[in-house]
Design a protein around this ligand. Structure first.
Ligand code: ATP
Ligand code: MG
Length: 568
């Protein structure tokens, strides 16, 4: 490709709303263009090229693993989502609309229902299973906060795959195969990543893993162990049991006057007791379908923090939001002095599993300036849930070594779904005995457009993008420094033709611009290698530059062709 013919509107201007390097450089480099500034983007020629390269890697590895590509209608009849029950449940991210005949439709944020519908009409027998179908297609999610460019768009490109099996064992085999396949994809794309245990979110199912591209700018906190393989999203992370190193405070059960002790810190200075022996009671408003909601108390040890996603899952809510003091008072709670044992009867209380069999505990009396000491949960029958947010330094449940936090960008997510969709949608097969059974499913996603942002988050410097080998818009850039210099032009054209003939994807910068501007564009666009044909050609040399680190080598103009032939 000749630069002079290419539509690459590079700019020095940083977009107003951009804070991440990937967002800034993808816009400044003319890869993408924002449409109306709300999570919608046009892909310009270079952006489309990178997207296609990433997509090709994804497709290649999936096809090698035996998956088959299809393409599902983006507009989805709401009836399918009503059958699965998600039409109501999915919330405001789901864009719902009507056609001229007043029929309801949605724009697919994910395609379980559509794919199940395809399969239930075409697959009838165990002999046709297993099957793994995928598409690389647009998704629309009306995200509450679209931001960071391609990282969290409203319209974005996803690879979504769905597998169908006659048994759970076979589904698990495929799940493991997909994990291996995803590792190959992310490795080929040159990414540093980690596979972590994950929460299953709105898709549902159990046993899910996320593929996290490690980057300080990542929105997800992940807990990792450096001594073993363990890694988990904070939403799903577990730890080894965490005892206190101080003795339990001995006290008989009684009510204690504790003025001005509405925080764990104030209680600690009052009692001089390790917060491990306090009950922390966190009130939240849980939101359910059809606008229903209720105040719920989550109780855990004072030394622990509540993990909201775990708490939300424990009560099967769609979301948890903070409750105001007025709302608490209205249901008979005393803010600052709430406790699980003293809450009004109609307020639901959820206990953390670390409180199971706990004794010598101090908790709120649900009365201003009073606490109860000597509380015991020994023998208390209740459903206990893991509600705790693992902290840095907590010990690994697998190997006992301290764990740490790191940040990641969720680039892929694989789920063991089971029969969650096949049952309501009647996606059945006849087994060997002629008996109808629901198919067992897995589902597997990759954020293809988000990967462009993730690659740049991990690979950039203060000048611009540094694309990895398999994601780069071009393999090589040849820069003719002065287009009026016939000798420079002749060599540039010769190298360009030779590389094209070899099948190398090469960009020839043949523009009339100043050399400085061309160099700036090379740095911004991030093609991995360049040959600069400049003034020194008259002395018989050219420069070979690696974009990563901007490492320069002086090469004789007689040998540059053979060097390129050898390297590309
Ligand atoms: P997140 O937690 O980041 O919102 P998710 O859990 O909702 O993501 P999935 O439903 O698992 O995402 O979708 C599969 C993949 O699609 C994700 O792993 C991610 O890479 C990508 N993805 C999800 N939402 C977006 C978005 N708004 N913009 C770009 N890519 C996205
Ligand atoms: Mg996810």
């Amino acid at each position: 490709m000749r630069f002079s013919k290419l539509l690459v509107p590079t700019t020095k201007e940083t977009p107003n709303d951009a804070t991440l390097a990937s967002h800034i450089y993808l816009i400044r480099g003319g890869f993408i263009q924002s449409v109306g500034g709300s999570g919608l983007y046009n892909f310009l020629p270079l952006g489309k090229k990178v997207l296609d390269k990433v997509r090709a890697v994804v497709k290649d590895e999936l096809d090698k693993a035996g998956c088959q590509e299809v393409s599902l209608s983006f507009v989805t009849p709401a009836a399918l989502w009503q059958e699965s029950g998600r039409f109501e449940k999915y919330g405001k991210e789901l864009l719902r609309f009507k056609d001229r005949k007043n029929n309801d439709f949605i724009l697919g944020p994910t395609h379980e229902e559509m794919m199940v519908n395809l399969v239930r009409q075409t697959v009838k027998s165990y002999k046709q299973l297993p099957l793994n179908l995928y598409q690389i297609n647009l998704k629309f999610r009306d995200e509450i906060r679209p931001r960071f460019g391609l990282m969290r768009g409203r319209e974005f490109l996803m690879k979504d795959g769905y597998s169908f099996h006659a048994s759970s064992e076979d589904m698990k085999r495929e799940f493991d195969l997909m994990e291996e396949t995803y590792k190959k994809i992310f490795t080929r794309l040159g990414l540093e990543f980690r596979v972590v245990e994950a929460d299953s979110g709105a898709i549902g199912g159990s046993g899910s893993k996320e593929f996290m591209v490690l980057a300080d700018s990542g929105e997800d906190t992940i807990v990792v162990c450096d001594s073993c393989e363990y890694g988990a999203n904070i939403e799903a992370a577990v730890r080894k049991e965490k005892p206190s190193d101080t003795e339990a405070p001995e006290a008989v059960f009684s009510k204690f006057h504790t003025p001005d002790t509405s925080s764990i810190e104030a209680l600690r200075s009052f009692f001089h007791v390790d917060p491990y022996y306090f009950v922390k009671t966190v009130a939240k408003r849980a939101l359910y379908d059809e606008g229903k909601s209720e105040i719920i108390l989550f109780a855990l040890r004072g030394s622990d923090e509540l993990q909201e996603v775990k708490a939300c899952n424990a009560v099967g809510a769609n979301d948890l939001v903070d409750a105001t003091e007025e709302e608490l008072v209205a249901v008979g709670l005393v803010p600052g002095y709430m406790g699980p044992t003293t809450a009004p009867e109609d307020v639901k209380v959820v206990l953390d599993s670390n409180l199971k069999e706990a004794s010598s505990m101090i908790c709120g009396a649900n009365e201003k300036d009073y606490h109860l000491v000597g509380n015991s949960f020994v023998g208390v029958e209740a459903d206990y849930y893991d509600l705790v947010a693992v902290q840095e330094g907590d010990l690994c449940a697998c190997c006992g070594e301290p764990m740490r936090y790191t940040k990641g960008i969720e680039a892929g997510h694989i789920f063991q779904l089971g029969t969650q969709y096949s049952e309501p949608l009647g996606c059945n097969f006849l087994d060997e005995n002629g008996k109808a059974q629901p198919m067992v499913m897995g589902t597997y996603g990759i954020g293809v457009s988000r990967l462009l942002a993730a690659i740049i988050e991990q690979n950039h410097d203060d000048k611009g993008c540094i694309w990895t080998k398999e994601s780069a818009p071009f393999d090589l850039q040849i820069m003719i420094s002065n287009i009026k210099d016939e000798e420079q032009v002749a060599l540039g054209e010769k190298l360009y033709e030779a590389m094209l003939a070899k099948g190398v994807d090469v960009l020839l910068d043949d523009r009339k611009d100043r050399f400085g501007a061309k160099m700036k564009d090379f740095e911004l666009l991030g093609v991995p290698h360049a040959v600069v044909i400049g003034k020194k050609l008259s002395e018989g040399s050219v420069e070979f530059i690696a974009r990563d680190g901007l490492v320069k080598e002086e090469i004789s103009s007689d040998t540059i062709l053979s060097l390129l032939t050898e390297r590309f």
